[in-house]
Design a protein around this ligand. Structure first.
Ligand code: MN
Length: 205
């Protein structure tokens, strides 16, 4: 059985940028539902539980056809939210070392943020924006970073990429506090990024 990642902060800790009520609905209801539905689908093929959900979504051709779309949607929702909730936190600043990584990749930290925000704002309808380590990174080129956006619960893992930062732009992630103002939510998100965790994911890749 897959379990939701534990929150390393309290529901109210990300206030005022992410409100407590949204955190409760998002983690206790939406993420819990993706997790339960993923488990229900995989239970038909319990051997798959030996793999992590990330491994399964990295190779979707291995998923039996009758549960494939359920696993892509709910397994995507499961792993995407695990990452999202783990890369948020309170007062977790970016190190100078990681500033340099982003500057090398995007020209400056500000340009990186602009590009990421642009992906979050131009994702039409429900989906995600991402910072990923690209698929060709292990072919002697070092770790290459790129910005991506995906629809619904699609994950960059299915394209062979490793996500290290993401923002959920489904309306359920911001509508209670920001209503239709996705740009305000995206701007506010920078205040709650756990850069220590993002950097840890970058280093372990
Ligand atoms: Mn969500």
């Amino acid at each position: 059985m897959y379990e939701q990642t534990k929150l390393n902060y309290d529901y109210a800790d990300l206030e005022p940028y992410v409100d407590k009520e949204t955190m409760h609905v998002h983690y206790d209801k939406h993420h819990a539902a993706y997790t339960a539905k993923l488990n229900a689908a995989i239970e038909k093929y319990p051997a798959l539980f030996e793999k992590t959900a990330e491994e399964i979504l990295s190779n979707v051709s291995l998923i039996p056809e009758d549960i494939r779309s359920a696993v892509i949607n709910n397994g995507g929702g499961y792993v995407n939210h695990n990452l999202f909730f783990s890369i948020m936190g309170k007062d977790k600043k970016m190190s100078v070392e990681f500033e340099n990584v982003l500057t090398d990749a995007f020209g400056s930290v500000e340009k990186f943020k602009e590009e990421f925000e642009n992906a979050a704002l131009t994702q039409f309808g429900s989906g995600w924006a991402w910072l990923v380590i690209t698929a060709d990174s292990d072919q002697g080129t070092g770790k290459q970073l790129a910005i991506r956006k995906t629809s619904n619960q699609d994950t960059p893992l299915s394209n062979g990429e490793k996500p290290i930062l993401c923002i959920d732009v489904w309306e359920h992630s911001y509508y209670l506090k920001y209503q239709n103002k996705r740009p305000d939510y995206v701007k506010a998100f920078w205040n709650v990024v756990n850069w220590e965790e993002v950097e840890r994911l970058y280093k372990e890749a």
